[in-house]
Design a protein around this ligand. Structure first.
Ligand SMILES: Cc1cc2nc3c(=O)[nH]c(=O)nc-3n(C[C@H](O)[C@H](O)[C@H](O)COP(=O)(O)O)c2cc1C
Length: 252
């Protein structure tokens, strides 16, 4: 999971956990892999993470979060950042005080997803909380939530004055989200993008061993295009990378 290529630098490696000593040890270990940044996950709502008090659950335990941040920073020379949510739930929106705590504890930047832990991925991300966090700290703030295009990113930056944006779901099957022109108009150009993605997966990862992951990513390219459900079916019916390449993506 720590593999990366020079082309994708700067790269941030993220840790999650709730035990300050274990997190500090983990930071020491990943420092030897020379990331450009180390991020601490304080935003993940997935049960298997939060039931151990990690991820978004740390929004409810800011004192523990502070200890984690301080211990991690004490064990690495790499800049440490945190990823947070707006708060644990709609009655406790504490991102501003949490961000101030994180800044005092020494983080280099904060990214904030404008939803609460309780919301998971429901509803819309709240840009006002991103504005409030930006106004309350002097370190860089990265806004996150529901950015589906280059222009969505620019509008979040101008509305909230955040220093940068983070894109999650909008980038799945759509690497063009980062460019001004966006996804190409023709199915052939989208297909070409999917082929290039597969080529890169094969170059850097054990593609055959992670066929399920590959199919999942490649099938997302065709979302919304005519014939996409048939395409998806064809992709998931493939038993090998070769089949996927030759029979579905028509790589010659
Ligand atoms: C499949 C998937 C995996 C994710 N994994 C992580 C993760 O490992 N760490 C993290 O901080 N956020 C993770 N997220 C959350 C995203 O970073 C982001 O906060 C969230 O998806 C909202 O942004 P979006 O609307 O652009 O998707 C993940 C989201 C998705 C959909």
């Amino acid at each position: 999971m720590l593999l990366s290529t020079p082309e994708e630098r700067p790269a941030s490696f993220q840790l999650f956990g709730a035990d300050p000593d274990i997190m500090a040890d983990a930071a020491e270990i990943i420092t030897t892999h020379s990331p450009d940044m180390i991020d601490i996950n304080m935003g993940c709502p997935v049960k298997k993470v939060t039931k151990r008090g990690a991820g978004a659950a740390l929004m409810s335990t800011p004192e523990l979060a502070r200890q984690i941040i301080e211990k991690v920073i004490s064990k690495t020379v790499i800049p440490v950042t945190v990823k947070i949510r707006s708060g644990p739930n709609s009655t406790l929106i504490n991102a501003v005080s949490f961000a101030q705590m994180a800044e005092q504890a020494g983080v280099a930047a904060i990214s904030i997803h404008g939803r609460t832990w309780a919301q998971g991925f429901a509803g819309l991300a709240d840009r006002n909380i991103i504005t409030d966090v930006k106004q309350s700290v002097s370190i860089p703030v990265i806004g996150n939530g529901d950015i589906l295009s280059h222009s969505d990113g620019l509008s979040m930056m101008s509305e909230t004055k955040c220093d940068g944006v983070m894109i999650g779901r909008g980038a799945l099957g759509n690497p063009w989200v980062f460019s001004k022109d966006g996804r190409p108009d023709t199915p052939e150009a989208v297909l070409q993008g999917a082929r290039q993605h597969l080529e890169l997966i094969e170059q850097f990862l054990p593609a055959e061993r992670i066929l399920g992951y590959v199919k999942n990513h490649i099938s997302r390219y065709f979302k919304g295009l005519p014939g996409s459900s048939k395409m998806r079916q064809n992709i998931f019916n493939c038993n090998t990378i070769q089949e996927l390449k030759n029979d579905v993506l028509m790589v010659n």
